[in-house]
Design a protein around this ligand. Structure first.
Ligand code: ZN
Length: 201
């Protein structure tokens, strides 16, 4: 994967107060003509809000990604070795966008977050409020309800057209939805439970 170095002087969307994922998506649509289609263009979002993302190889130890302010400018690093699986990379970047919008960008916010396998795991991060919030933000950004409904309906319709009445197994529905949204199947299943489409396991 090539390094991404963006040197925009001013962000298109300026985040100056605590902003949740649905608010950010609405602002992107209203202020930057961003289209919420599958898969959600998470790199474009990072660019539009002024995050400089790099993926150079360096010894990050157990760090999978970080965000920090350097001279007031937000910088994100994604460990290329830990993020070679596209759904993982997308989730890590969305998590750092979450930290930026929820915890860094507003006056008096945090300066930096280092993320590892624990902070990026929804169960292991449960008792860490900021990490839990960043994980929820990432899920909401990558799997907005509008896209779940739109893609889910399309998958069911396509299945019904070709299946001659055979029901669509739940597992393959989740897999196909995860593939369309480029997220892990586990993240997709949890999100479907969280929004009440699937019963909690
Ligand atoms: Zn984090």
């Amino acid at each position: 994967m090539s390094d991404v170095q963006i040197n925009r002087t001013e962000p298109v969307i300026r985040v100056t107060s605590r902003t949740d994922a649905s608010t950010l998506l609405r602002r992107l649509k209203d202020e930057a003509a961003f289209r919420v289609v599958a898969p959600v263009a998470v790199d474009v979002i990072a660019d539009l809000i002024g995050l400089s993302v790099s993926e150079d190889r360096r010894d990050g130890g157990s760090i999978i990604g970080w965000i920090r302010l350097e001279n007031e400018k937000p910088r994100v690093w994604l460990n290329p070795e830990e993020n070679s699986y596209p759904p993982r990379r997308r989730f890590t970047l969305a998590h750092e966008i979450g930290h930026y919008c929820l915890h860094v960008a507003h006056p008096g916010g945090s300066q930096s977050f280092n993320d590892d396998a624990k902070t990026l795991n929804r169960d292991a991060s449960y008792w860490d409020k900021q990490e839990f919030e960043a994980n929820n933000f990432a899920a909401e950004l990558l799997m907005p309800v509008s896209l779940i409904n739109e893609c889910g309906q399309r998958i069911v319709t396509q299945h019904n057209l070709s299946s001659h009445g055979a029901p669509l197994p739940l597992d393959s529905f989740v897999s196909r939805l995860a593939t369309e949204l480029v997220v892990s199947k586990q993240a997709m299943r949890y999100r479907l439970e969280n929004v009440g489409i699937l019963p909690a396991s």
